[in-house]
Design a protein around this ligand. Structure first.
Ligand code: GAL
Length: 377
């Protein structure tokens, strides 16, 4: 009798540890348990489909409440069905070596991984802020691996496109304008000066700022590093070299002065689409949708892609875009991936995944408390 009393609770423990419930629908904003029952710790991330498997890379955040927002690397999870994710561990981790910029205490954000068919290597780029410097460094880091899950070898961090002008930069923008250094931030004259290249000129020699970022591989295999530059006021689309490990120096400014962050790009129905956010830090703001016929061509912002209540649209359903995922085997099925940041405990930030729907020829998102991925057309 005494034996069975002690045995009973043990049985419960072992049952709950082994009988992991399968996830069968997407529940935006709720805890999303991985194969070990822990909330998926991959934030500001992206997904790469390879060898019939989805690999989700994201910021691995520390569960803590301090002001310090540094993190220790990039996590990787794998899944066949986009619902049940196996924790593959850290794909990239900080390096305890003072000679490395990837020191513990640095900030690694919005990592994205792409596969290079020519070299057979997986290439990771990420927004990199240096230890103890807040968001001042505005660099991008690159790492490479032979295996998709890593470990990724850190190569370097840099500010891109030092010493080269953007392709779409008129001759007259290349010279500093009299009095530009004393313009009052956010005055109309200052915003106009930014549009006309104030920060591009300032950062010409040292390289352009790179904060929120994504990667996009175009149909011809050319890859682009897309990032918020110029004090987050203008996006830069920068071409990567054939091995994806460096910048070629060809880049264009997109939507100058419009303050876009959190870029996520996809191609559908003959056009390029980009979801972005405004610049309010961890707080969500109204999402934005932009369209272009050519990746490096003219981008036009066409409004907020959210189709909810006014309050929901103002905060993009409480999220900030990070990636638009093409669902394999379905021609026009895409998933909006966003982050609902919890700044006091970033590890607990929630994943807002919503199906992309089409309305009057434009991709839009609506709120669903729970939705079935098999319904995607
Ligand atoms: C957001 C950005 C996040 C993070 C945050 C820090 O605007 O999208 O990735 O950098 O600011 O405040």
């Amino acid at each position: 009798m005494r034996f069975s009393v002690t045995f009973f609770p043990l049985l419960i423990i072992s049952l709950s540890a082994n009988s992991q419930d399968l996830v069968n629908s997407i529940k935006p904003g709720q805890v999303w348990p991985d194969n070990q029952g822990k909330h998926i710790n991959a934030h500001g991330g992206g997904i790469l489909y390879y060898n019939k498997t989805y690999y989700w890379f994201g910021e691995s955040r520390l569960p803590r409440t301090e002001k310090d927002k540094s993190n220790y690397g990039v996590s990787c999870y794998s899944s066949k069905d986009l619902l049940n994710w196996k924790n593959e561990g850290l794909a990239l981790r900080v390096i305890s070596d003072t000679a490395s910029l990837l020191l513990p205490g640095c900030v690694i954000e919005r990592p994205k991984v792409i596969y290079n068919k020519k070299t057979g290597k997986f290439v990771m780029w990420f927004h990199h802020e240096l230890k103890g410097q807040g968001y001042k460094a505005a660099m991008t880091g690159v790492a490479v691996s032979d295996n998709i899950t890593g470990p990724y070898k850190y190569l370097r961090s840099l500010r891109p496109n030092a010493g080269v002008w953007p392709k779409n930069f008129p001759e007259e923008f290349k010279k500093a304008k009299a009095g530009e250094e004393i313009l009052k931030s956010w005055s109309k004259e200052w915003v106009d000066a930014v549009k006309e290249g104030l920060f591009v000129r300032r950062d010409f020699e040292g390289g352009q700022m790179a904060r929120d970022m994504t990667l996009y591989v175009d149909k011809n295999g050319k890859a682009y590093h897309v990032h918020s530059s110029e004090e987050n006021m203008t996006l830069h689309f920068s071409e990567l070299t054939d091995d994806y490990l460096d910048f070629t120096g060809t880049y264009v400014r997109v939507l100058p002065g419009d303050s876009n962050e959190a870029p996520a790009i996809f191609f559908a129905k003959g056009k390029y689409y980009m979801f972005t956010s405004g610049t309010t830090g961890w707080k969500p703001n109204p999402g934005r949708l932009s369209v272009a016929s050519k990746l490096l061509g003219e981008w036009k912002t066409v409004g907020n892609p959210c189709r909810g209540t006014e309050d929901e649209n103002k905060i993009t359903f409480g999220s900030q875009s990070t990636h638009i995922l093409p669902v394999e085997g379905k021609k026009n099925a895409f998933i909006y991936m966003g982050d609902r940041w919890i700044p006091d405990n970033l590890a607990d930030s929630r994943h807002i995944w919503l199906p992309i729907e089409w309305e009057e020829g434009l991709p839009v998102i609506k709120w669903y408390k729970g939705w079935d991925i098999t319904n995607l057309k």
